[in-house]
Ligand binder design. Structure first.
Ligand code: MOS
Length: 739
């Protein structure tokens, strides 16, 4: 295990992205940029019903169209297997049914056939010419969620029902978050190559190692015959964490035709068949004493899932540890609908869950006539009362206090509509937020080379969040090698198995492995120096040596008495020393000694113009306690992006299913509204920067998802403060505010 890197806290503060020049110059190669000799194009045929079965597929006309090489259906695609249930964090996919497995259609847009042709245009034309007839049944895409099934108890302590009944002050409300669709600008894509024995799959993947495992199983080949590459991602937001059925179609077609095959989804397909955040309906009951102490908390949530797969959103993720209360129960249940299988979307569980819980806390504050910041401080837990474990590091109180200070919260007058500025009514709202801090198992390799350069590699990914930069930074800080001499290689299963780019854990997971790899490479260098002829080092014991700023020297002498590492290698005629590092994951560890999470406070200001019914989010102050921040620049960028996404969640985003046909009808970027620059408020991000060394030696917990948690509740609470209207079903519509 690597030793703790002892650095001054702010070195390299704000290093710009090392991959920035590649991206802004268009030189970064994304999945769909791969064009290979002889490559063909696949276009899926999507079901136009959401429930029923295929009666017949007539592909005669499509077969005869120009450029068409194949029309695949269940009859001729070849065998595609299911993945075995995973024992650990491997073999993950949310839609488990392989494409074309049977003739049943369970959601609109399910693939029923695929055309492969010489050009994309030919494939599109032929896909449109495939005639599919269906036995149609009425789809169930009802928004209201209810179930007779017994819900799962996620957490329980004390006796919450009677404690709620007898509580002097009560809130009992139901909160709804709609289906939301991930809309990274980069479309999902697969470029599959088959060489007669091996697959090379260029994928839009946030987790190439898992992708390799899943596709090897689906294709029925040994894992070593599948290489997965994902060098750059135009983001994913969780939608690209696990493989989707189109990946198996592309790979299968490549094998069948012995030609490279490119399959790029269209934006409308992305609303159908590559996951979404499911609709949630959450009843929250809070009971409190008149002075604001919580005596009972019940959080019962439902989410929709697809007909075949059990996707639980996990809305109670943050419920059990957010507040101190002796009595608590959190349950969750699933309701089946004719929709594609849901999946993780930025802050799964906690984000919709905290919308409900933090909205309810605001409603309780109003009933109690207590300031909402104060109510949270009053109920601050000393430990994770759900797990009965100490927090590794929790600075929620400081987040709230610093945020209140920066926001100017003490100026707030609680009466609805009482604050005015420039002729506008102001609303101010606050919410707490939190997110899981864990590590995934990770391996990395570091080379120190005779030309003074270094290379660090790991089969993790940079999904736009800054992984290339952060790994370069760690190697640079530990070795003194400048960034322009450090090569970072990611996103390829030929590299040491790295962590998923999910859960905001890629940095936290990679750090221990990279540190260990650096240390091993340095040890190897010490042995070479010890055997070499360099003055002062030859014949010295390797364990008497240290590595500082690119030089090997004796521990008891100053670094400038040492020899540069590249000189040592050159003198020995060795190209490079390599070190490998490996760290275990913490996720799912049953023997944990700490509750590990990041925390934060969100303060939002809205402006409301009743005359024109114009609502804007004007200002957000966010204070984040995410352990040590390795690089404030991309970290701040993550939180700012999450806040903007939070504006979208609060005011715009909602996937609407047509109740007659089950189709997601606003399946494009014109009708599915995401927040844009014009909607972005003034954003003030503060990091508390307390290293959490339970998570890794550098104390970095990771950012990315936490910035979205709590924002929607802070905004709807601000909307209430401005208008007197509590919106419990997102998004807030202007109609909701017209009374
Ligand atoms: Mo994130 S939803 O874990 O990519």
């Amino acid at each position: 295990m690597a030793s703790i890197l002892n650095l001054p806290p702010k070195t390299n503060a704000g290093l710009p992205r090392v991959d920035g020049p590649l991206k802004v110059s268009g030189a970064a190669i994304y999945t769909s940029d791969h064009n290979l000799p002889g490559m063909l194009y696949a276009v899926p045929v999507c079901a136009t019903i959401a429930n029923g079965s295929i009666a017949s597929i007539d592909s005669d006309r499509a077969q005869g169209m120009p450029g068409v090489k194949a029309v695949y259906t269940r009859q001729n695609i070849g065998k595609l297997f299911r993945t075995a249930p995973a024992q650990d964090f491997t073999g993950i996919l949310d839609e488990r049914r392989p494409p074309f497995e049977d003739d049943n259609v369970r959601y609109y847009g399910q693939y029923v056939a695929a055309v492969v042709a010489s050009t994309f245009e030919q494939a599109v034309a032929a896909a449109n010419a495939v005639k599919v007839t269906y036995r149609t049944e009425k789809p169930d895409v009802r928004e209201h969620l209810e179930t007779d099934e017994k819900p799962k108890v996620d957490s329980k302590r004390g006796d919450p029902e009677p404690a709620f009944q007898s509580a002097p002050v009560k809130v009992d409300e139901t909160y709804v978050t709609p289906t939301e669709t991930h809309n990274p600008i980069e479309l999902h894509a697969s470029v599959a190559v088959w060489d007669g024995q091996n697959f090379t799959l260029y994928e839009t993947s946030q987790a190439v190692v898992n992708h390799q495992d899943v596709l090897a199983q689906m294709l029925g080949v040994p894992q070593e015959n599948v290489r997965v590459i994902s060098r750059f991602l135009g983001s994913g937001f969780g939608g690209k964490l696990w493989p989707w059925t189109h990946c198996a179609i592309a790979a299968s077609a490549a094998r069948n035709l012995n030609r490279p095959v490119k399959l790029v989804l269209t934006r409308d397909m992305m609303f159908q068949s590559v996951g979404h955040r499911p609709r949630t309906q959450q009843r929250v009951r809070l009971g409190a004493t008149p002075d604001g102490k919580l005596v009972s908390l019940m959080h019962d949530s439902l989410n929709h899932t697809s007909i075949l797969d059990d996707y639980s959103e996990g809305c109670s993720e943050a419920t059990a540890y957010s507040y101190s209360t002796p009595n608590l129960r959190a349950t969750s249940g699933l309701v089946r609908r004719n929709v594609g299988t849901p999946t993780s979307m930025r802050g799964p569980g906690a984000v919709p869950g905290l919308f409900a819980l933090e909205s309810a806390m605001d409603e309780l504050a109003i009933k109690l006539n207590v300031d909402p910041v104060k109510l949270r401080l009053l109920n601050e837990p000393q430990k994770d009362e759900g797990l009965n474990l100490p927090f590794s590091s929790r600075h929620m109180v400081e987040c709230l206090n610093v945020g209140a200070e920066k926001f100017g919260w003490s100026q707030r007058t609680p009466q609805v509509g009482s604050m005015k500025k420039n002729g506008l009514t102001l609303g101010w709202g606050v919410a707490g937020c939190s997110w899981i801090a864990e590590r995934m198992g990770s391996e990395a390799s570091v080379d120190l080379r005779d030309d003074g350069t270094a290379r660090v590699s790991s089969a993790t990914q940079d999904i736009g969040t800054g992984t290339y930069t952060v790994l370069s930074q760690i190697v640079s800080e530990k070795t003194g090698i400048p960034h322009d001499k450090i090569e970072v290689v990611l996103g390829d299963t030929d590299l040491p198995a790295g962590a998923i780019s999910g859960g905001s854990w890629a940095t936290a997971s990679s750090i221990p492995a990279v540190l260990e790899a650096i240390e091993k490479a340095q040890q190897s260098l010490f042995m070479i120096a010890s055997q070499g002829k360099d003055a002062g080092l030859a014949g010295q014991k390797a364990d008497a040596m240290a590595f500082t700023n690119g030089c090997v020297h004796l521990k008891d002498k100053s670094p400038d008495t040492g020899v540069r590492f590249d000189q040592i290698l050159t003198a020995a005629n060795i190209r490079a020393v390599s070190g490998s590092g490996k760290s275990e994951g913490t996720f799912g560890n049953p023997n944990r000694k700490h509750s590990t999470h990041s925390f934060g406070a969100q303060f939002a200001e809205v402006t409301w113009q009743p005359e024109t019914a114009r609502l804007r989010v004007s200002r957000v102050v966010t204070v984040i306690d995410a352990g040590r921040i390795i690089n404030p620049k991309p970290a701040r960028n993550q939180i700012e992006g999450a806040v903007v996404m939070g504006v979208g969640m609060a005011l715009f985003e909602e996937t609407v299913y047509d109740p007659r046909f089950g189709a997601p009808i606003n399946n494009n970027l014109a009708d599915y509204i995401v927040a844009t620059n014009a909607d972005a408020p003034e954003i003030d991000v503060t990091f508390l920067d307390y290293p959490d060394t339970v998570i890794n030696p550098l104390g970095a917990r990771g950012v990315g998802e936490i910035g979205l948690a709590g924002i929607a509740a802070a905004i709807t609470s601000a909307v209430y403060h401005a208008t007197g209207i509590r919106v419990r079903e997102l998004p807030v519509r202007i109609e909701d505010l017209l009374v």
